[in-house]
Design a protein around this ligand. Structure first.
Ligand code: KG4
Ligand code: ZN
Length: 346
């Protein structure tokens, strides 16, 4: 069986085709980053218009890449939320219409479920249950993943998401939107310990996060220092180290609290190299295992939506003709599924 996946929740048009026997047959991504860079952030109306321009041509390219036509597709999965309403409506409308024309099921996917299942696109797949750290531009959450569709929120950010904190601090350092990856590169040249940023909320019990204070701390540090290239790198380093330490401490606490040994990291920020290395080191030390996808499947992509669609298709999920998209959509609102094996060999 083959599922076409469509991702248009924010500023990336992602299209992929997933085959339950072979794996990914096609994966196409168009990033709108350049379009939004002049504005310092995503402009929703421009995002919707660009998705309209790019979605259908990219679906054609994906079908060509896989050597398939529409009649070879068994279901169409599209991101139905959370995200920008106009952007979501583009993928949902195109996805729903194609499914109608091809007489196959249409499957509405939760964007964050797509992220947390993305490590299953890799050889080394986690078993259930696991704890998921979801770290993206809009979310910072710790989730107890008991089974597919059975999600319990353990903790989340009470203010800025971690990706947002990266992007805002990067902007203060003069880097273009989205500055997370650029800040991380800069941090590699930074001197450890010249500046020390606080590790927010680690002294308090519980699994919630707060990142807005770090951005303010960065703003004050920038104001109080003569800024040259080295100082900027040192500040980037201090910021990244504080974020990574905080995430590692909270993830260790989540594993201890739940008694679960497996940790999945997902979402754009999980592409961060320092975070991957430090998390793996600390979690291995306490006898746990860390799973994450390759960087291109950590940031927004169509492959994770096609995969989530395949899992739902195999569980008999098929959504009605209605097109419903949601700007906000708690993961805990999803219903549990009986997970069926995706591949012949497993
Ligand atoms: O998951 P994602 O692609 O989109 C959302 O659903 O939000 O995440 C995008 C976020 C941005 O804030 C971006 O700066 C951040 O992920 N990001 C990174 C890195 N790569 C992406 N942050 C830090 N280090 C990275 N290497
Ligand atoms: Zn995302």
């Amino acid at each position: 069986m083959r599922v076409l996946g469509i991702e248009t929740s924010c500023d990336e048009t992602g299209i992929a085709i997933y085959d339950d026997q072979v794996g990914l047959l096609a994966n196409q991504l168009y990033s709108q980053v350049k379009l939004h860079a002049d504005y310092g952030g995503v402009v929703p109306e421009l995002a919707s218009r660009d998705h309209i321009r790019k979605t259908i041509p990219l679906i054609k390219v994906a079908l060509q890449q896989a050597g398939l036509t529409g009649s070879d597709i068994d279901a169409v999965a599209y991101t139905a939320g959370p995200g920008l309403i106009g952007a979501l409506l583009v993928g949902a409308t195109i996805g729903r219409s194609l499914a109608f024309a091809w007489r196959v099921p249409a499957i509405a996917i939760h964007h964050m479920e797509g992220h947390l299942l993305a490590p299953m696109l890799e050889e080394n797949r986690p078993e259930f249950p696991f704890v998921a750290l979801l770290v993206s531009g809009g979310h910072t959450q710790l989730i107890n993943v008991m089974a597919i569709g059975q999600y319990q929120l353990l903790g989340e950010s009470i203010d800025d998401a971690v990706g947002e904190a990266f992007d805002k601090t990067a902007k203060l350092l003069g880097l273009d939107y989205p500055g997370g990856p650029a800040l991380s590169l800069m941090a590699q040249r930074g001197q450890v310990g010249r500046f020390v940023f606080p590790r927010p909320m680690i002294d308090r019990p519980g699994l919630d996060f707060s990142f807005s204070g770090l951005k303010t701390f960065a703003a004050n540090t920038i104001r109080n220092n003569n800024m040259d290239q080295q100082t900027a790198s040192d500040i980037a380093r201090a910021f990244e180290d504080a974020v990574v330490d905080t995430l590692v401490i909270k993830c260790k606490r989540a594993l201890e609290q739940t008694g679960i040994k497996r940790l999945v990291m997902a979402g754009g920020v999980s592409a961060n190299r320092t975070l991957r290395a430090k998390m793996a080191e600390s979690i291995t030390k306490i006898g746990g295992q860390v799973f994450y996808a390759r960087p291109e499947f950590c940031t927004d992509n169509g492959a994770m939506i096609a995969l989530a669609g395949m899992i739902r298709l195999k569980n008999g999920v098929s959504d009605s003709l209605d097109i419903t998209v949601k700007a906000r959509w708690p993961l805990a609102d999803l219903s549990p599924l009986t997970f069926t094996s995706l591949h012949k060999s497993t």
